[in-house]
Design a protein around this ligand. Sequence first.
Ligand SMILES: Cc1ncc(COP(=O)(O)O)c(C=O)c1O
Length: 393
Amino acid sequence: MIAHLFNAPLGETETAVGVGTVGSSEAIMLAGLAFKRKWQNKRRAEGKPFDKPNIVTGANVQVCWEKFARYFEVELKEVKLREGYYVMDPEQAVEMVDENTICVAAILGSTLNGEFEDVKLLNDLLVLKNKETGLDVPIHVDAASGGFIAPFIYPELEWDFRLPQVKSINVSGHKYGLVYAGIGWVVWRNKEDLPDELIFHINYLGADQPTFTLNFSKGSSQVIAQYYQLIRLGHEGYRNVMENCRENMIVLREGLEKTGRFSIVSKDEGIPLVAFSLKDNSSHTEFEISEMLRRYGWIVPAYTMPANAEHITVLRVVIREDFSRTLAERLVMDIEKVMHELDELPSRVIHKISLGEVKSEDNGDNMVVTVKKSDIEKPIEINVKKSDKPIFC
Ligand SMILES: Cc1ncc(COP(=O)(O)O)c(C=O)c1O
């Protein structure tokens, strides 16, 4: 059912295969291993070195990709972000591809701002590069969240097995698959995309059982729950849930825009979430908002973007099935209250400087912070009282 949802070729000659996992992290480890082994086998057969595999991703990838790279000894080549562009740039990604690249990983729904990466453009550029160089670099789509959103509300968007270079896709059942935590899925386009030697066959449970997972035993309740949800809700039911999430996302986004205090960093097409930053002229920080919202019962994380956009901080609210319109309106009201409270407080932001080298020196009751930047002649020296609890961002 899931392979079908991702438009996998399910015919006589090509038949998708897949496994259930604990979540997208395990699914990604397995997909990464399959790419690594396939690349190694090809290189070995060609008599070429196969000891320096690499993988190309955006700097915005979820930590599981860094885990995969470190645990399974694959170099992670990250396309850096920039202010205003928080996903992997397909052109830069394809430029980074070389003969040691086992795959390019694209995300359908960046964890940080929900934005869909342009898998179609990546596919087209990679097809060209493969043609020019004789390489055959594949694509994996990390659709942890988007895999249960795009098929229902953006059916025209080409991101899945409709694109020839996409060889495997993962999705979390416990995100928009609407199941409790502990279920993920990975699907390969073809049996040939999953090297046979990674699959173990055991028979001690009474019949031949092929297994390709990191853990062996696992509860079946999540698999049954996923099956139940798919049968119970059907295509139409999932579409209604996702449309509803999107509508509530718009209510929240518009409410935040109306306050005039925030810039929206998420996109309309993507995961139904709102990622937002304070406007430049603000004398407070996103971390203070996050901290104060806890008093109203909200846990809204504030975090900095990865390289090279570390100077941008965002707050993020993910809209799930049970986040109603009433809750969205209440959250806007509570954020407004927090903003009024913050306006009454002295600013803890002493200086806003982007991308500089910062050094601090303890000086009794005071702290001296020196900031050096390549585009200013003299370093800026800021003397602050420690009792003011200054925040540097
Ligand atoms: C894009 C992306 N990939 C992978 C993961 C890891 O998923 P899981 O928590 O199911 O292991 C996440 C989780 O936040 C994610 O957002």
